[in-house]
Design a protein around this ligand. Structure first.
Ligand SMILES: NC(=O)c1ccc[n+]([C@@H]2O[C@H](COP(=O)([O-])OP(=O)(O)OC[C@H]3O[C@@H](n4cnc5c(N)ncnc54)[C@H](OP(=O)(O)O)[C@@H]3O)[C@@H](O)[C@H]2O)c1
Length: 338
């Protein structure tokens, strides 16, 4: 049964989103159709909308932004097992990695198609909380576990130290909590106003990333087995490289922005999209079938602060502008059904 739903249509960088009714087809084989009740605005989406960043350069327009959401399964496609109509789920789509799926799988719309393999059941966890956790936690765990080789929770040693630079944001906060759950000692950089929360979520030491002697302080607290910059800026990349005098690697949420000494490697990719690629099928299954449902059901992470913005899809334009302008602490959440 074809039906219609509201969608925020993206016409190109710098152009205002157009909220309009679009026809929604049935889910393809292997997909489910989800009535989307929550999206969290990520810096990536805002940078694409306002400045045409990254995946926006290779999209087919008109396009649909957003790759994550939470809602209720409305229809199940052929060949899908383990999901049924009425299931409450969190999900991530191929909207940014498979152009031909973008229009149906972009999540800034009311009805979203999604490959069934990237859908997690969330039980009675609120939709806002599920979207608050999924995307940034997935980014952090993919970076640390899949790309830097950190173990699973409970498998690490306290003698092995982890450095999370820029732990104040969503990705950074979740990286701290994951590294702590693995069993490591976690040193972070964050703002002085955030020290109490950082200690609560697992940091043993908190250093102000704006202090003049930040690298020296971190050197005294090291050495580190795993290093990750969750702010990804050039200053953080330079600092992490300086903490690897004998060479080594660190992961970064943003691509290389600083010249690095010989022997120091930066590990950068779209960590948030790794589960959408078939080569990471084991990671994807671990994430959606095991780890994310367990984290949500047992409240294993402290979610980052969020603000619910009223107005549904029509509120996306201004809300993204605020994210882009750096006016937002924590995350903004919108309900496309409003
Ligand atoms: N590669 C990927 O797969 C991937 C996935 C997700 C996100 N990202 C990127 O990762 C970055 C962070 O995303 P997010 O969702 O965590 O953002 P967020 O939640 O909006 O984090 C912003 C916070 O980070 C801290 N911060 C900002 N600039 C900093 C700097 N130069 N040094 C240290 N800390 C800084 C600030 O906290 P304080 O003021 O409290 O310090 C700020 O409030 C974004 O650029 C995003 O595009 C990449």
């Amino acid at each position: 049964m074809a039906t219609t739903g509201h969608a925020a249509v993206f016409l190109g960088a710098g152009q205002a989103l157009q909220v309009t009714d679009i026809e929604v087809g049935r889910p393809a084989p292997g997909e489910v159709l989800i009535r989307n009740h929550a999206v969290a605005l990520q810096p990536l989406d805002a940078k694409m909308l306002i400045a045409g960043y990254g995946p926006a350069t290779s999209m087919q327009y008109p396009a649909a932004l957003g790759t994550g959401g939470a809602g209720v399964v409305e229809e199940v496609g052929e060949g899908v097992g383990g999901l049924k109509v009425g299931d409450r789920v969190a999900f991530d789509t191929k909207a940014y990695v498979t152009p031909e799926k973008n229009r149906r799988q972009g999540t800034w719309q009311q009805l979203v198609s999604c490959d069934a393999t990237t859908v997690a059941k969330i039980g009675d966890v609120p939709f806002e909380q599920a979207v608050m956790v999924d995307f940034p936690l997935q980014t952090a765990v993919a970076a640390l576990h899949v790309f830097l080789g950190m173990g699973v929770p409970g498998s690490g040693k306290a003698e092995d130290k982890v450095l999370i630079w820029g732990a104040g944001g969503a990705v950074g906060s979740y990286a701290v909590q994951y590294a702590k759950s693995v069993g490591h000692t976690v040193v972070v950089t964050a703002s002085p106003r955030d020290v109490e929360r950082q200690k609560r979520i697992g940091a043993s030491e908190v250093v102000d990333y704006k202090s003049a002697d930040v690298v020296e302080r971190l050197r005294e607290l090291g050495p580190y087995k795993y290093l990750f910059t969750a702010s990804g800026d050039a200053a953080s990349q330079k600092a992490l490289a300086a903490l690897l005098p004998n060479g080594g690697k660190f992961a970064s949420v943003l691509p290389g922005a600083a010249e690095l000494p010989q022997g120091v490697e930066i590990v950068y990719t779209a960590f948030s999209q790794a589960a959408q690629k078939e080569e990471y099928g084991d990671w994807r299954d671990f994430w959606y079938q095991q780890y994310l449902p367990e984290v949500l059901a047992k409240n294993l992470v402290e979610p980052v602060k969020f603000t619910k913005v009223d107005g549904g899809l029509a509120a996306l334009q201004q809300a993204n502008q605020d994210v882009f302008d750096g006016k937002v602490r924590g995350k903004l959440v919108i309900n496309p059904q409003e």
